[in-house]
Design a protein around this ligand. Sequence first.
Ligand code: PEP
Ligand code: MG
Length: 571
Amino acid sequence: MSTTPTRAGLDSADLSRPVVLTGTPVVPGVAVGPVIRPVGAVELPSTEGPWIAEDERAAEKDRFGAAAEAVARRLAERAAAATGVSAEVLATTAQLARDRGLLSAVEQRIGEGSSAPVATVAAAAQFVDLFTSLGGVMAERATDVRDVRDRIVAELTGQGEPGVPTPGTPSVLLADDLAPADTAGLDPARVIALATRLGGATSHTAIIARQLGLPCVVAVGGLDDVPEGAVVLVDGEAGTVTVDPDLQDAGARVAASREAAAALAQYRGPGSTRDGHAVQVLANVQDGPGARAAAAAHAEGVGLLRTELAFFGRTEEPPVEEQARIYAEVFAAFPGGKVVLRTLDAGSDKPLPFATAPDEANPALGVRGLRTARRDPGLLTRQLDAVAQAAQETGAAPWVMAPMVATVSEAADFAAHVRERGLVPGVMVEVPSVAVLADRFLEHLDFLSIGTNDLSQYTLAADRLSGDLADLTDPWQPALLALVAQTASAGQQVGKPVGVCGEAAADPMLACVLVGMGITSLSCAASSIAGVGARLATVDLTTCREAADVALAAADPQSARAAVREVLAKA
Ligand code: PEP
Ligand code: MG
């Protein structure tokens, strides 16, 4: 994927380095190349003047309309040339440049005498405030609005379109953060790795990097000081950016990572360690098309069906029939295989207007997940009816789990509803209380599934969406790993399965640690299945156990990764 550049152009002082910067690893792989950065920020006008005379305002509106349309058209053309998530992200941003609400807000301000650039900035600020106050996933829309604002202002004022330059040689893109439309348009032949100062494992940058298979590290400290043109090595598994690496060593690491990538292409499942210890490698999906894509990526089944995402943006509860149709489509993608369906995880970062209150002061700690059934018990029972109906129609035997469970009695109550319908009950381990009392929960349940995204958020008291706190929600945090180990061990004691379905399961090196702790299945995005499965196939169970021991003994994520890398390298 990358070529190793020469050191030509670097002065001799550089030989005393390298400097290794650390961040949160997101997509494994190693690449080395010269640094490029996004084209500089668009200069925005002040919010005052110049004022437009009344008889020129219609022409100013036309000028704005033409600029917005030019931006939308360019984004739509790029969307048409892209595929998958990239196409979706570009199309969404293009739609925003044509959004009636945004366009009217700008036109209204021009009608009051503002110039088109000034009106664009003011109207965008209004939308940014709105989305930010909604929080969660909606807050991420604020980034799209800012991006569209910059593109329109650039068009109006004759500045170059912001974004990522197209380098002549394969290069590494370093940035503070990347606008969704910039990451979506990347050409992986020219941009061979990404590293950002901000962002977490679930940021747009991370999602697109995963889709493109680009080595990626986010939340990297010290990235600002790396000059454009400097040679860096990005290691997306170790979570490091090495400035001015030893080029011989860099070449060897790139070659080893290519070899691993080739093994990955051969992965066909089922998951197991080198010595034959079976570990199911499953997929996280949200609907039928996602489930079919996961089957094509050699997932053995679905470890997490995020049902709430199938109904995102809906204002009315979907009828039982419609729900049953969607679930049946997922079950049908894995005939006779395992599908773990999660009941609606509405609230917090996934608000659903028909299930959640819009005005909670602290939604991450509020009425989300299973708690929505306190307000409307029918929401849960109708969903379970739909699952039972889909199971009957397809002959599937789905496992059903509830999100955001905190007490044993909640779990027991949920299990009773699930068993009544002939389904297999479990709960997600997202709240530390479940990990702490895992043995008691398992008295009522047939399985547990650990959601490390929320379990880290609630254990470390750090918002999972905050780029500034991404180091705290790192899945290698020892406190999180201790809770995972405790839960896995409770499962082993009674012979009941304990899986992991959070982002931790998508990290091939951490997957070995989890298996060493006794985790029985790993569920991740379809694009991560081969990486996890192929890596597991290279180690034996004893090595995984040793890796678990050293990870649990480490003081922080960095030393845990270093210690595990050493153990796995010996295997
Ligand atoms: C988790 O919390 O780890 C999880 C898998 O659920 P979600 O990311 O959908 O909250
Ligand atoms: Mg969760």
